[in-house]
Design a binder for this molecule. Structure first.
Ligand SMILES: *Cc1c(COP(=O)(O)O)cnc(C)c1O
Length: 436
C-alpha cells in the first residue's frame, strides 16, 4: 500500500481543492505572525521549565494524596511553580476550585468585607459574575453580604475611560476586578501592558485598592502576565489555557501572599487554609498540562488568526481581524444568517475527536434570551481550550470560536467550517472571488 497524498487525506475529510486553496491563500499572509507566535511559545516554554526546575519538581511530586491531603509535596511544588511563573508571591492551584468563575469568586469574596466596594474599570464583567457580585439578584451574592458594586464603562473606542475610573473610586473602593479577555462581549481584549496602566492609575488614586485580574483565556498569549505589571491577584480556569488541555478540572489564583492565604481560608476553612486539599490523581495532568500550555495556546492562537484571515477574505466581519494584535484566544465571526451559524458549528463538530457524529442543534440556555448553538467534541467536558464554537441564535449571528490542542487540528476544523458553508450553498461566488 502506498501513502495517500495530503490532498487525498483532506478529501477523506470532505475538504475539496477549492477549500484547500482558500486555506493555503490565507496562510501565505500569516507566515510572519505564526513565527512571532512560535517565538512567544518558545519563551513561555522556557518560563514554564524554569518554574518547574526552581520548584524542584521531582517524580514523587506526581503521586498525589488522599483524605485530608496533608503534606502533599506535589501540590506544594506545583503552587510554587505557578507563583514563580506568574511573578507572584504565592499561588493556589487546586482541583477543589471547580472552574474559572469559582476561582474569581474565591479571590473576590475572600478579600472583601461588608462595607467594601468592588469596582470594574472596564465595563460589565463576564456574565457568570453577575450573580456573584449581585448585579443580578442572587442568594449568597456579595450584595447580600453588604458589598457594593460599581463599574466604569469603556469609552466609545472600547478603551478604558480614565476620567470615569477616577470618578468611580471612593473611600469604600477596596477591589478592582479587571477582566483581561473580551469574553463574549464586543469590547477589545486588554493587553498586559494596558492592564498595567489601569492598575497604576487606580493605585495612584487609592493605593490600597486590591487589583484582581480575571485572567481567563489570556495566559501564555504574551510572555508576561498581569501580576508582572502590578496586579495583586490573577485568577483563571485550568480547563482553559494553563491546563494545556490535560487538566480535567481545576482553577488557580496567584498573587500577594496575604490575598492568596485569604482565598485558601475561604476555599477550605480558617485555621486549615492551604494545608488541606487532597490532589487524588490529578497532579500529573496539572503538571504536564502546564508544561504543554505554551504550545497549546500557540496552536489555539494560530487557529483563531487563520479563521479570521479566511473569513475576513470571504467578506465576513471578524473580531479581532486577521491582522490585529491579539491578547486572547477568542475569535468571533459575524455570519449574518442563522443557516451559516449552524453550518459553521456543524463543521467544527464534524472535526472533533469525540462525538464527531453528533449534530449540534440550537437549544435554550439558562441566562440567554435566545437559543444557543454549541459545537464541542472534547476530551474534557466543556473544555474551551479544545476546539469549540458557539453562538446565540440572534442577529447578527456571530459565532465565537476558540481553542484547538494542536495547530493541525485547529486548521482542519476551520477548513471543515468553510466546506460546510460551501456544501450548503451558503457562500456566494462573491464571497469566494475575494480569495480565489
Ligand atoms: C470562561 C471565563 C470565565 C469563567 O470561567 P468558567 O470556567 O466558565 O466558570 C470568566 N471570565 C472570562 C473572561 C472567561 O472567559
Amino acid at each position: 500500500m502506498t501513502g495517500k497524498t495530503y490532498e487525498e487525506y483532506m478529501a477523506g475529510f470532505g475538504i475539496d481543492k477549492e477549500t484547500l486553496t482558500i486555506g493555503e491563500e490565507a496562510l501565505t499572509s500569516l507566515k510572519k505572525r505564526f513565527e512571532a507566535i512560535d517565538r512567544t511559545a518558545e519563551i513561555n516554554q522556557m518560563r514554564v521549565l524554569s518554574a518547574f526546575q526552581n520548584a524542584h519538581v521531582s517524580e514523587a511530586c506526581l503521586y498525589g494524596t488522599t483524605g485530608y491531603g496533608y503534606n502533599d509535596i506535589g501540590r506544594e511544588a506545583l503552587e510554587r511553580a505557578y507563583a514563580d511563573l506568574f511573578g507572584a508571591e504565592s499561588a493556589l492551584v487546586r482541583p477543589q476550585i471547580t472552574c474559572g468563575t469559582h476561582a474569581i469568586t474565591l479571590a473576590i469574596m475572600s478579600n472583601l468585607r461588608p462595607g467594601d466596594e468592588i469596582f470594574s474599570p472596564v465595563g460589565k464583567p463576564y456574565d457568570t459574575l453577575d450573580e456573584v457580585l449581585g448585579i443580578r439578584e442572587q442568594r449568597g451574592s456579595l450584595a447580600e453580604y453588604g458589598v457594593t458594586y460599581r463599574q466604569a464603562d469603556l469609552g466609545p473606542d472600547g478603551k478604558p475611560d480614565f476620567d470615569a475610573i477616577r470618578r468611580s473610586i471612593n473611600e469604600h473602593t477596596r477591589m478592582a476586578e479587571i477582566q483581561r479577555s473580551r469574553g463574549y462581549a464586543s469590547r477589545p481584549t486588554l493587553s498586559v501592558e494596558e492592564i498595567g496602566e489601569i492598575v497604576s492609575f487606580i493605585k495612584g488614586i487609592k493605593s490600597d485598592v486590591i487589583c484582581m485580574v480575571d485572567n481567563c483565556y489570556g495566559e501564555f498569549v504574551e510572555t508576561i502576565e498581569p501580576t508582572h505589571v502590578g496586579a495583586d491577584i490573577v485568577a483563571g480556569s485550568l480547563i482553559k489555557n494553563p491546563g494545556g488541555g490535560l487538566a480535567p478540572i481545576g482553577g488557580y489564583i496567584a498573587g500577594k501572599e496575604e490575598y492568596i492565604e485569604n482565598a485558601a481560608r475561604r476555599l477550605t476553612s480558617p485555621g486549615l487554609g492551604r494545608e488541606v486539599g487532597a490532589t487524588l490523581g490529578v497532579l500529573p495532568s496539572f503538571y504536564q498540562g502546564l508544561f504543554l500550555a505554551p504550545s497549546v495556546t500557540a496552536a489555539a492562537l494560530k487557529g483563531a488568526i487563520f479563521a479570521a484571515e479566511i473569513y475576513g477574505k470571504l467578506g465576513f466581519q471578524c473580531d479581532p481581524k486577521g491582522s490585529d494584535e491579539r491578547y486572547d484566544i477568542i475569535q468571533s465571526v459575524t455570519l449574518d444568517t442563522p443557516e451559516r451559524l449552524v453550518a459553521f458549528c456543524e463543521g467544527i463538530q464534524s472535526a472533533a475527536p469525540v462525538d464527531s457524529f453528533v449534530r449540534p442543534e440550537p437549544a435554550p440556555m439558562p441566562g440567554y434570551d435566545s437559543d444557543v448553538i454549541m459545537a464541542a467534541g472534547a476530551f474534557v467536558s466543556g473544555s474551551s481550550i479544545e476546539l469549540s464554537a458557539d453562538g446565540p441564535m440572534r442577529e447578527p449571528y456571530a459565532v465565537y470560536f476558540q481553542g484547538g490542542l494542536t495547530w493541525p487540528h485547529a486548521k482542519l476544523g476551520i477548513l471543515k467550517t468553510v466546506q460546510s458553508l460551501k456544501d450548503k450553498g451558503l457562500l456566494t461566488s462573491q464571497n469566494t472571488s475575494n480569495v480565489l
